[in-house]
Design a protein around this ligand. Structure first.
Ligand code: SAM
Length: 324
């Protein structure tokens, strides 16, 4: 459906849980997830109901995220049910990849077409530090399992932070030479309580600088159309590569005029803009006597109509709470 600025909003990101088996430095400020009691999370059937209402409004693309979506039981089954709803065109999943190897067949059967997998470092010890305990080997195993299936568009996402992993732009981009993967570099967004420690420089590296640094290492072809998808990345290609390199610039070149999405948080709020604290509460109302499906549709439509033209700088919540 069209929002009040004429954007065609048709994509929904659904955070199916606030739980995660990693504690990434940039996502979980302070290293401690603020977990809600289970009854405060939407049930899978409540999530499905919200998706059905969104589908009736013309939403056709649904991305499942978290937290880590694969730590919640029943997610492939939920995705399969969503895929059977009328009008659903695209199902995708954002994951840290650590549980992917064991779920990949089920996800393929459920109709998932696109996998975004976080991969912030290729150095095992550094990976462990950034994710506060994650195993690079397990994530790479998940990525290999996904690529073997040949039915997914696989995008590897690295949040680049100065002084942390910005020396890995070249090795990460070089993955596109060897395999048909897209590697996307994301500007670090200063979320929540996380602030650069005084002894470190500002962690955000602009996508402009990232591209300049890549051009010093590789013969880069600019203005390529990139892989299928409707995301916010600008794509380039390392000449001769099998995949693409994407640059996502939420800080230095916000893409609000092209934004086509709203979000459903794991505790049942609609957020029409990631970087806006305003949100529309659904959960308690859905569980109460006044709930009706037509009214649910109306509330989602209202959230779309009130989608702001551009994002403000309200960022009091971590990405782990909102769902990236
Ligand atoms: N666990 C899943 C994963 O690892 O992809 C899904 C959730 S995670 C919050 C989704 C995305 O948010 C990841 O690609 C991560 O890179 C991004 N993200 C989280 N915090 C961020 C920040 N401060 N700046 C930029 N991107 C961030």
């Amino acid at each position: 459906m069209k929002d009040s600025f004429g954007r065609n909003v048709h994509s929904m990101r659904i955070s199916v849980t606030d739980r995660c088996n990693m504690r990434c430095d940039y996502c979980v400020s302070g290293g401690k997830l603020q977990l809600r009691p289970e009854h405060e999370l939407l049930s899978l059937s409540e999530i499905e109901t919200v998706i059905r209402a969104a589908g009736e409004l013309g939403f056709d693309s649904f991305r499942f995220t978290g937290g880590e979506p694969l730590v919640r039981d029943g997610i492939p089954e939920l995705i399969e049910r969503v895929g059977a709803l009328p009008g659903v065109r695209k199902l995708s999943l954002s994951t840290n990849g650590s549980l992917l190897a064991r779920h990949v067949d089920r996800l393929a059967a459920a109709g998932v077409k696109a996998l975004n997998i976080s991969l912030d470092s290729l150095v095992p010890e550094r990976f462990r530090q950034i994710t506060r305990g994650g195993s690079l080997a397990r994530v790479l195993e998940g990525i290999r399992a996904a690529l073997r299936r040949e039915c997914f568009t696989v995008k590897l996402n690295a949040v680049i932070m100065r002084g942390v992993n910005d020396d890995e732009l070249a090795p990460l981009a070089a993955l596109t030479l060897e395999q048909p993967v897209t590697v996307r570099f994301i500007e670090y967004m200063p979320f929540g309580a996380w602030r650069a420690p005084q002894d470190r420089p500002d962690p955000t590296v602009s996508s402009h600088e990232m591209l300049e640094r890549l051009e010093r290492e590789f013969d880069i072809e600019r203005n390529v159309s990139g892989p299928v998808g409707e995301g916010p990345a600008q794509y380039v290609q390392v000449r001769g590569g099998q995949g693409f390199v994407g640059l996502i610039s939420p800080v230095y070149q916000p893409f609000c005029e092209r934004c086509n999405r709203i979000r459903l948080t794991s505790d049942g709020y609609i957020k029409s803009c990631l970087l806006q604290d305003e949100r529309f509460a659904l959960r308690d109302w859905m569980r109460g006597p006044d709930y009706s499906f037509p009214e649910l549709r109306r509330r989602i439509a209202e959230a779309v109509l009130l989608k702001p033209r551009e994002h403000s700088h309200a960022r009091s919540m971590d990405m782990s709470t909102v769902g990236g």
